[in-house]
Design a protein around this ligand. Structure first.
Ligand SMILES: [Zn+2]
Length: 102
């Protein structure tokens, strides 16, 4: 899965398909296109990826105590086949419904 990290407000948001999501301060935004793989981001957004299988395995192996099951998150490179940076969000992609932005 891809997330966006906002270096301005330190918020992170998981991207959703064709639903524009913004960080808490609104300066970072992004969404998945309809292939549910390619993401478009903009503003201050820094793209972060977590492998879905790795997360699923860590959840399944969730320990009862201790520091928890580690997973790897990667800050994606500036050039990435499944990532596009835009100046403005596609106006045909609606804002995520609901006022809660968490
Ligand atoms: Zn922000």
């Amino acid at each position: 899965m891809k997330l966006i990290y906002c270096p301005k407000c330190l918020d992170m948001k998981k991207l959703r398909m064709l639903a524009l999501r913004r960080c808490a301060c609104g300066q970072s935004w992004g969404y998945y296109l309809d292939d549910d793989l390619t993401a478009e981001i903009g503003g201050c957004a820094v793209p972060v990826a977590i492998e879905n299988d790795e997360l699923r395995e860590a959840v399944a192996a969730r320990p009862e105590r201790g520091r928890g099951a580690p997973i790897e998150a990667r800050v994606l490179p500036e050039r990435c086949d499944t990532l596009r940076v835009r100046a403005e969000p596609n106006p045909r992609v609606p804002e995520e419904r609901g006022a809660a932005r968490d």
